[in-house]
Design a protein around this ligand. Sequence first.
Ligand SMILES: *[C@@H]1O[C@H](CO)[C@@H](O)[C@H](O)[C@H]1NC(C)=O
Ligand SMILES: *[C@@H]1O[C@H](CO)[C@@H](O)[C@H](O)[C@H]1NC(C)=O
Ligand SMILES: [Zn+2]
Length: 330
Amino acid sequence: MLRSALVSGLTIQLLVLAVFALDVTQFPDDNQHFNRTLAGIMRPRVVGTNGHKEVENFIKRELNTLGFSTEVDQFSERVPILGNVTFTNIIGVLNPNARDFLALACHYDSKYFQDDPGFVAAIDSAVPCATMLNTAKTLSSYLLGDFKDRSDIGLMLIFFDGEEAIKDWSDTDSIYGSRHLAAKLSNTRTSGGLGRSIDRIEVLVLLDLIGAANPKFYSFYPNTYGLHHSLSEIELSLSADRKLEGKNLMFMRRPSTGFIDDDHRPFLQQNVPVLHLITTPFPPQWHTPNDNAANLHWPSIRNFNKIFRAFVYEYLKRHKEQVNLRAAFR
Ligand SMILES: *[C@@H]1O[C@H](CO)[C@@H](O)[C@H](O)[C@H]1NC(C)=O
Ligand SMILES: *[C@@H]1O[C@H](CO)[C@@H](O)[C@H](O)[C@H]1NC(C)=O
Ligand SMILES: [Zn+2]
């Protein structure tokens, strides 16, 4: 495909702009589900612990309940401090035989702190993972109705394991799960439905550090600027309709001033278009004991969930032809 990234980005952007009144009232909030889901995830879940295993099982159960087929990508590796541990990426898929995928991703492991075994990692990333499941839940009448069995587009929810460095962040001590999954999805010999499916991911939307007050999201990559702009359009439209709480706008129509290393790196290296939804500057609670339930900012969480739900719905509903945001010359 030689359509330029900009044109494709604009196509999606204009499609969303063309929506006169956003059709989201047909998909109301389900904050009870969000709270229940968050409670299932927001607990200590360091790889190798019982808490981690229970959260893994919780996510798999939720995905099954929401009608997704689930696969796991499991592997063992020797890591600093903890020794030989087993990581488990969880992938939920709707329309597994579709030509292309919209992939939403978060990491479900919590960071290991020797002096803080009770660390619950609320914004990093219990809230992002709960948001992904809540998006699927609130859109389920569409996802299990009109969307089902579409051959042009499927939906992938990826829960990465081992994002956090066990000791000190480095290329080898970080993003264990996403490095493994990107390698697996790019291997033609991978069996099952996901073989060579990395080329079928139209865009990887990575959610991280969400749930604190005053979030600001900037655009990190020119080829997904159109999608980022769409989020901003949706936010303005919902705000004008008085569907959001407060007046703070979180989607900034500006490029970010730098790269933030995260689970998307191995996918980016394989030319997968990335929309990185991470708040900058990082919230002050990041990697401190204060990253807990008491410091979550509920109006921001509810607003994000509304905007993100509309974005996912519009992307899937308006999808007709392949959205090619990959570099034009491969
Ligand atoms: C969800 O939890 C938050 C924080 O405890 C609370 O303010 C909110 O009312 C809860 N929502 C529902 C629907 O239970
Ligand atoms: C790590 O543990 C797994 C499962 O417990 C085992 O299969 C594997 O051989 C171990 N690897 C090493 C290097 O000890
Ligand atoms: Zn972290």
